[in-house]
Structure formats: structure tokens, C-alpha cells
Design a protein around this ligand. Structure first.
Ligand SMILES: [Zn+2]
Ligand SMILES: [Zn+2]
Length: 235
């Protein structure tokens, strides 16, 4: 609880967060980052609306035209690059929860600008219980709390469960990732009829989000968006 008071300290007007820019130490107008540092972030725009890959135009890329993804749309606020990459790493491996406030607020600012209707439910990608137990938290839940509060979307962190511990996906091909993830998730039927956003910290190939999207569709979710703080560009 203390942790979340810290994350939202800014909202309650206390002095838990420094009044200066988190990146350069310069003056801000009560925000976490100053305007020049905000403008310098590796914003992922324009991007393909189907898979969130950086693109020259905000239209479906050839891969999405050829084979639509299991989710209906994808949105990643950033390309996975400095300083966003370091921020995600600090949140994920060093329990630096202030990064969830920074990254989540920035992500929400981008989504708030859109004209399409917002999702009705935000589901953070679950970790297998053993991994969550050893890490002590799930970084996607920390991010979802901030984004849900910023955008006024209900967060359901227990609607989806990861049934199997999947091996670390780093360095695996897209085909291997798909195989590892098959039937990896179970989704609660209360997701039926909802316009769902699935949230992950990083979208690499999108295989995890696709497998979770399939599980949501199977129980009757109507529309599914894949949300990630950052998108790994193609090499
Ligand atoms: Zn700054
Ligand atoms: Zn695409």
C-alpha cells in the first residue's frame, strides 16, 4: 500500500516525488518530466495499427495485411530505446516503482489523444505464479494500475492466469515462442462481451499477447487491443 501511495504521491500533493524532471533535474510544472525531455522520448509514431511496429505511415504493414494478428489492434507508446528501455528494466528487475508512474503516465497521455472508444477493461499480462512469487510483483500490474487510473479504465489483474511457466523467450524464434506459449493462459468468462486491452511492458514478436488474445476471444471478449509500453523494432 505504501508503495502505491508513493506512486500516486504526486496526485495527493505530498512531497514524495521530487518536483524536478526525473531525467535532467530541470524545472517542471508538477509533471514527472520536463517538456524537452518528454519531447525527446523515443515515441513510437507513426506505427502500424495492427502490430505497433514503427512505420513510415500509420497504416497496416504488409505483414498485418497478409495475416491479421489475433488481436484487433496494437498500440505501443515507445520504441524500445534509451531511456525507456532502462526505465522498464529498472521497474522489472530492481522494483523501481516510480518508473511505473513515469511510463504509465506517458503511455496514457498518448492513448487519451485518440478518437476511437477506449477499452472497458484492462488486463495486465499475468506472470506464472512462481515467477511472480520470486520477483515479488508483476511489473505489468504496476503499469496497469497507473494507466487504468489515468484513463478511467477498470483493471482486472485476476481475469487471466498463466497456466505454465514458459521458458525465457529471449533469443527464441517466433515459431519457438508460439510453440512454448500454446494454451499457456486461462481467462475467466467474466471477460465475455468486453472490449479488452491486454497490457505488457514490452512487445517483442507479439506472440505472448496473441496467445492471451486467443484465450480472451475463446471466452467471448468482443474486441481485443494489445498494449505495450514499448515495441521492440525489427532487427
Ligand atoms: Zn528534463
Ligand atoms: Zn503490422
Amino acid at each position: 500500500m505504501i508503495r502505491h501511495l508513493k506512486v500516486y504521491g504526486r496526485r495527493f500533493g505530498d512531497a514524495l516525488l521530487p518536483p524536478t524532471c526525473t531525467l535532467c533535474g530541470g524545472a517542471t510544472m508538477g509533471a514527472l518530466l520536463c517538456a524537452p525531455c518528454t519531447a525527446d522520448l523515443p515515441w513510437n509514431t507513426p506505427a502500424c495499427p495492427g502490430c505497433a511496429l514503427p512505420a513510415a505511415q500509420p497504416v497496416l504493414c504488409p505483414a498485418c495485411l497478409h495475416k491479421p494478428r489475433a488481436f484487433d489492434a496494437a498500440h505501443a507508446a515507445f520504441v524500445l530505446a534509451t531511456p525507456v528501455q532502462e526505465g522498464i528494466h529498472a521497474l522489472k528487475y530492481q522494483a523501481r516503482f516510480q518508473q511505473a508512474a513515469l511510463l504509465g503516465t506517458a503511455f496514457a497521455s498518448r492513448v487519451r489523444a485518440r478518437t476511437e472508444p477506449l477499452p472497458t477493461l484492462l488486463i495486465p499480462v499475468p506472470l506464472h505464479w512462481r515467477r511472480q512469487w520470486s520477483r515479488g510483483y508483476n511489473q505489468s500490474i504496476e503499469l496497469a494500475r497507473v494507466i487504468g487510473m489515468e484513463l478511467g479504465i477498470a483493471v482486472d489483474a485476476t481475469a487471466a492466469k498463466r497456466l505454465r511457466a514458459t521458458p525465457d523467450q529471449i533469443g527464441q524464434s517466433a515459431a519457438q515462442r508460439r510453440k512454448n506459449l500454446k494454451d499457456a493462459f486461462a481467462v475467466c468468462p467474466r471477460v465475455a462481451g468486453q472490449h479488452v486491452a491486454l497490457l505488457d511492458d514490452v512487445m517483442t514478436t507479439g506472440a505472448t499477447l496473441e496467445e492471451l488474445a486467443r484465450a480472451c476471444k475463446a471466452v467471448g471478449a468482443t474486441t481485443i487491443e494489445a498494449w505495450a509500453i514499448a515495441r521492440q523494432p525489427l532487427h
